[in-house]
Design a protein around this ligand. Structure first.
Ligand SMILES: Cc1cc2nc3c(=O)[nH]c(=O)nc-3n(C[C@H](O)[C@H](O)[C@H](O)COP(=O)(O)O)c2cc1C
Length: 182
């Protein structure tokens, strides 16, 4: 059995963007016995999230893409949220994935809260702005979500770029990527 198992959740609305490029550079440095699974949310669209907690709990067993993502999330030791910076936070499909975590907390048999505790949560993002401080809302969202679930927060890897490939010119980000998971 592999010691670690990384799930890369890709939240860009386009394939081959800067966020994915940066995440793949970081992943290249993972030890060979580390499992990697890559799931693009644009290829696994989740249904609109509906809050069914109140007044009485109604449970919907996840199916289709939701079941795939739930299983992949639970099976990972490390969850990497690789979302571009959209309006200073995570992309809408990434936010929807996180909203579904609230549903999965209630899913009978999933034991979501207990099984998420102790996993590592990491963030990777690309942004067009030269000022990395504008990504603080994204970093805060992920860091505090990790705390809420008792996950270990690994931090966020930031890269600069607008069009696909730009991030490769951000040499500081590429250098950081090479040790990000170590
Ligand atoms: C809907 C949308 C919102 C964006 N919001 C921001 C933003 O708030 N700050 C920023 O610096 N760049 C913003 N950008 C630029 C992207 O973060 C940038 O192009 C990034 O490289 C996209 O990542 P990707 O190539 O992985 O898709 C936005 C782009 C889009 C399409």
């Amino acid at each position: 059995m592999a010691a670690r198992s990384f799930l890369f959740v890709l939240g860009s609305s386009r394939a081959g963007g800067n966020t994915e490029t940066l995440a793949r550079i970081a992943a290249e440095q993972l030890p060979p016995d580390t499992e990697q699974r890559w799931l693009a949310l644009r290829d696994h669209p989740l249904p609109d999230f509906e809050d069914l907690r109140h007044p009485e709990r109604r449970h919907v067993q996840p199916s289709g893409n939701a079941e795939t993502l739930l299983r992949a999330t639970l099976e990972a030791t490390d969850v990497v949220i690789a979302s571009p910076l959209y309006w200073y936070s995570v992309s809408s499909v990434t936010k929807r994935y996180l909203d579904h975590w609230s549903g999965w907390l209630e899913t009978p048999g999933a034991d979501f809260r207990r099984r998420m505790a102790g996993k590592n949560l990491w963030g990777v993002t690309a942004l067009a702005d030269e000022d990395p401080a504008v990504a603080e809302p994204l970093a805060g969202t992920l860091r505090i979500s990790a705390e809420y679930l008792g996950m270990r927060w690994g931090g966020v890897l930031l890269g600069n770029g607008s069009k696909p490939g730009d991030v490769l010119a951000d040499t500081a980000a590429v250098t950081r990527a090479k040790t990000f998971f170590s």
